[in-house]
Design a protein around this ligand. Structure first.
Ligand code: IMP
Length: 226
C-alpha cells in the first residue's frame, strides 16, 4: 500500500507456470500477487469470448465480482498461420483440455511435417485485462513472432513452448531461461504495458488523496493495441 494501488493484486489464473512469470515481472510494483485460489475464489469461468481481449476481461470481471479489489487476468494463445491461426483463443482446449502437451505438440508437428520453413510462421499473443477496485477496466496486449520448430526441444516454460522457435535466440521458447522468456514473451510485454497503465492509475489515485483499496468512479474502458 502507500503507492496508490491496493496492497494485493489477484491474478485470475490456476496455471502455476503463468503465475511465476507474472510474479517475476510485476515484482517491482511492490504489490503482493496472489492466485484466485489464494484469494479464496473458486469458480468455473466460461471463456466464451471471440478474442483474447474479451476473454481476459471476462475472467477478470468474474473474479472481481467475487472478491473485489484489483484483479488481473490474461488470455493468451498460439496462432499458427498454416493452421488458419489456430489454436488461437482455443489454445488451452485444442486437441482436448486434458491432453498432455507432449501429445498436442507431437500432433501439431505431424500436421506440419511437410510444411516448408517460410510457411511455419506463428506467434504467441497475450492480452492482460484489469478490473480496478472501482470497477473500471483496462487492457494491454502484445505478441511475439516465431515459427513452429521441426521437433520439440527444451524443458522450460509450459504448453507449446517446446515447439515455438525464437529466431533471435536460435532456440525454442522452452530452451530459454525464465528471464530470457520474460524479456521477449507476449505475456512479459503485455504485463509491462499493464504495469505502466497501473502506475498511471496509482499516481492519479494518490494525487486525488483517495484510498486505493476502494475508489468510487464510473466504468471506463481503455485499450492499448498490440
Ligand atoms: P489461457 O489460460 O486461457 O490464456 O490459455 C492459454 C493457453 O495458450 C495455454 O494453456 C497454452 O496452451 C497456450 N499458451 C499461452 N501462453 C503460452 C506460453 O507462454 N507458452 C506456451 N503456451 C502458451
Amino acid at each position: 500500500m502507500g503507492n496508490g494501488l491496493p496492497g494485493k493484486i489477484v491474478f485470475a489464473t490456476g496455471n502455476k507456470g503463468k503465475l511465476r512469470e507474472v510474479e517475476m515481472i510485476l515484482k517491482d510494483l511492490g504489490q503482493q500477487i496472489v492466485s484466485m485460489k489464494e484469494a479464496g475464489v473458486e469458480t468455473e469461468i466460461v471463456e466464451d469470448g471471440k478474442t483474447f481481449e474479451e476473454n481476459a476481461l471476462i475472467k477478470a470481471r468474474a473474479v472481481h465480482a467475487l472478491c473485489g479489489g484489483l484483479v488481473l487476468a490474461d488470455d493468451s494463445g498460439l496462432e499458427i498461420d498454416y493452421l488458419n491461426r489456430e489454436p488461437g483463443v482455443y489454445s488451452a482446449r485444442y486437441l482436448g483440455e486434458d491432453t498432455p502437451y507432449e501429445i498436442k505438440n507431437g500432433i501439431i508437428l505431424q500436421k506440419m511435417a511437410d510444411v516448408g520453413r517460410e510457411a511455419r510462421s506463428a506467434r504467441f499473443v497475450c492480452v492482460i485485462g484489469a478490473v480496478l477496485p472501482d470497477g473500471r477496466e483496462l487492457a494491454a496486449g502484445a505478441s511475439v513472432e516465431g515459427s513452429i520448430a521441426r521437433e520439440a526441444a527444451g524443458e522450460g516454460g509450459f504448453g507449446y513452448d517446446p515447439i515455438f522457435f525464437v529466431e533471435e535466440f536460435g532456440k525454442t521458447m522452452a530452451q530459454l531461461t525464465p528471464e530470457e522468456k520474460n524479456r521477449i514473451s507476449h505475456r512479459g510485454k503485455a504485463l509491462r504495458e499493464m504495469k505502466e497503465l497501473l502506475k498511471k492509475e496509482a499516481q492519479a489515485v494518490s494525487a486525488r488523496g483517495e484510498n486505493p483499496e476502494k475508489e468510487p468512479g464510473n466504468h471506463n474502458y481503455e485499450v492499448n493495441d498490440r
